[in-house]
Design a protein around this ligand. Structure first.
Ligand SMILES: C/C1=C2N=C(/C=C3N=C(/C(C)=C4\N[C@@](C)([C@@H]5N=C1[C@](C)(CCC(=O)O)[C@H]5CC(=O)O)[C@@](C)(CC(=O)O)[C@@H]4CCC(=O)O)[C@@](C)(CC(=O)O)[C@@H]\3CCC(=O)O)C(C)(C)[C@@H]/2CCC(=O)O
Length: 221
């Protein structure tokens, strides 16, 4: 087996992992305007900005006042995390989870292609249907597919068990902004007050969603 070769130092950069995080969080706190968010959501917002590199994301964040406490209590009680994409599930840092919580994604389940074809929808949306037995009290995370968030809201409107908290940050140009708007209006429209965090507009994505989950999983940075 070849021995890895450590290259010469030709550039001046920080390569101490914890120091990189500390410095980044300090920059974000200096530059971001977070005053409109619930006080207990400050670390959540900092981490979401950190995961995307976009300080102005702060202005698009919408955090339900009960989100942080609801998600943390659920995770401490052992709730599973249900993810729309494997990228989201893979980004959850296991060592931050308080109860060795299950992190589940059903996109690869054998039933999904058939359901999607039968219903004429995306695989992402069909996979969300398989969440139903796990939904009660779960923390759910949609970080990629707008259709997954719409499908979840439709299931909840039809009386599916309620999750403890929703991280709803799908990304893109078709349906992303609309699905997140629907999330913010769900409580008023269907009389169900489910805590959520979202980012208005097109921005979202797996990385942003993992950052949110990792912030909710552990209080300390
Ligand atoms: C329309 C879709 C969009 N995908 C986006 C961005 C990214 N998707 C990646 C990957 C690898 C995956 N996307 C799928 C979820 C796939 N993407 C879709 C769908 C066609 C429909 C979703 C929807 O509109 O709601 C969806 C397939 C489906 O039938 O559900 C994925 C399952 C496709 C596949 O590989 O089979 C796959 C997820 C894999 C996983 O489990 O993790 C990207 C990495 C693509 C890339 O850049 O190469 C990227 C990741 C973005 C992220 O941060 O998560 C959009 C932008 C969300 C787009 C929907 C909106 C739009 O186009 O306007």
């Amino acid at each position: 087996m070849t021995v890895p070769r450590r290259p010469g130092r030709h550039y001046d950069y920080i390569d101490d992992g914890p120091a990189i995080y500390t410095d980044s969080f300090a920059v974000i706190r200096k530059e971001a305007e977070l005053g409109h968010l619930p006080a207990d959501a400050e670390r959540l917002a900092v981490r979401m900005i950190h995961g995307t590199g976009q300080v102005d994301l702060a202005g698009d964040l919408v955090v339900h006042p009960g989100l942080v406490s609801a998600a943390r209590s659920a995770l401490r009680a052992g709730a599973p995390i249900l993810c729309d994409a494997r990228m989201v599930a893979s980004g959850v840092t296991a060592s931050r989870l308080p109860c060795d919580n299950e992190v589940l994604c059903f996109l690869g389940d054998g039933r999904v292609p058939g359901l999607a074809a039968e219903w004429g929808t995306t695989r992402s949306a069909a996979a969300v249907s398989l969440w139903e037995p796990f939904l009660e009290g779960a923390v759910v995370a949609v970080g990629n597919a707008p259709t997954a968030l719409f499908h979840l809201l439709e299931m909840l409107a039809d009386g599916a068990p309620r999750p403890a908290a929703i991280v709803g940050c799908p990304v893109g140009f078709v349906g992303a902004a609309e699905s997140k708007q629907a999330l913010t209006e769900f409580g008023d429209r269907f009389g169900a007050d489910i805590p959520y965090v979202t980012a208005r507009g097109r921005r979202g994505g797996s990385a942003m969603t993992c950052s949110a989950l990792n912030a909710l999983a552990k209080e300390e940075e």
